[in-house]
Ligand binder design. Structure first.
Ligand SMILES: NC(=O)c1ccc[n+]([C@@H]2O[C@H](COP(=O)([O-])OP(=O)(O)OC[C@H]3O[C@@H](n4cnc5c(N)ncnc54)[C@H](OP(=O)(O)O)[C@@H]3O)[C@@H](O)[C@H]2O)c1
Length: 284
């Protein structure tokens, strides 16, 4: 969709209810905004994005959300929470502009690789910061976020962060910030691994004679169906796998390959290690 600039920024007028501000209304910021609107919080929401598509700006306004272009439009505002959902490489230039608005606000950053220490250098040493890592299914309310709270985060702020993240799925809390890189490697990047599984399964189907479109449909629906099945059942994945594997049957023949010494497990371990290492590098 071609992006048209908003005609002009609206200055935000002070209001009794301290708003939640989302900086960056792209894939993830947009998902958070939609989730919060669905929870009835649209009227307490401000999104900041310099190039918000006109259609999106209209949709936000219709939901009671205030859409503005930059930190300067927040001059009169004392946000309850300030959520950074911009690309990691922009954080260094954009975040310092929010230092005035950040005073007494809960900071939630979903930017990969930007540590709470760096955020505090831009926003002030006393900043109450939650770093969170959601994932792509957040866009349909089925994400999983892992979050870490610095000691400055008060219990009520932690509860607020959880409410915000719950608007797009489930939340788990981490005791150590460095585990965010591990989370990024497992659930942050994980949807891409599952999409690759669909591609690889479809190619394998073609190799055993299926027409490509048929193979792709079978692979896609299998992953979708298995995911939905897993979501509905209480059993562990391992138990579900065992239940579907008859001794001497076809599934067992395949799993003998997938569970071999050079099978899926070591391959995924190497992939997750590589992603974790890259996350650490990006954070430097
Ligand atoms: N996507 C995911 O699955 C995912 C998962 C976990 C975490 N994250 C994290 O979430 C963050 C955002 O990712 P994304 O995929 O949502 O990126 P995105 O779609 O590019 O969204 C970022 C948005 O911020 C806007 N923006 C640029 N400069 C800005 C400024 N100065 N003030 C306010 N907004 C500004 C961008 O506009 P322009 O496009 O015009 O530049 C864009 O609309 C990243 O830090 C990423 O690490 C993403």
């Amino acid at each position: 969709m071609p992006r048209q600039r908003l005609k002009s920024a609206q200055n935000v007028s002070p209001s009794k209810v301290r708003p939640i501000v989302i900086v960056g209304a792209g894939n993830m910021g947009g998902a958070l905004a939609r989730g919060l609107i669905a929870k009835g919080l649209g009227g307490k929401l401000i999104v900041v994005d310099p190039a918000l598509a006109l259609g999106n700006a209209r949709r936000y306004r219709a939901a009671g959300v205030t859409a503005v272009k930059s930190a300067t439009d927040l001059a009169a505002t004392k946000p309850r929470a300030l959520i950074f959902a911009i690309k990691p490489q922009l954080m260094q230039t954009v975040v310092p502009d929010y230092a005035p608005a950040a005073r007494s606000a809960l900071i939630i950053s979903i930017a990969a690789g930007t540590t709470s220490e760096r955020l505090a250098t831009w926003l002030g040493a006393g900043a109450a910061i939650v770093r969170a890592m959601p994932n792509l299914p957040a866009a349909i309310g089925k994400g999983i976020s892992a979050a870490f709270a610095t000691p400055q985060v008060a219990p009520a702020q932690r509860a607020l962060a959880e409410r915000v993240l719950r608007a797009v799925g489930e939340v788990i809390w981490l005791e150590r910030e460095e585990l965010i890189d591990s989370v990024t490697a497992v659930s942050g990047s994980g949807p891409a691994y599952v999409f690759l599984l669909v591609e690889a399964l479809a190619k394998a189907g073609v190799a055993v004679g299926l027409p490509p479109e048929t193979a792709l449909k079978l692979a896609r629906k299998t992953v979708e169906g298995a995911g939905a099945f897993l979501a509905e059942r209480q059993e562990a994945a391992e138990d579900l796998r065992r239940a579907v594997t008859s001794p001497g049957g076809t599934t067992e023949a395949a799993l003998r390959i997938l569970m071999s010494e050079r099978g899926l497990e070591p391959l995924l371990r190497a992939a997750v290690l590589a992603a974790t290492a890259r996350g650490r590098e990006l954070g430097k």
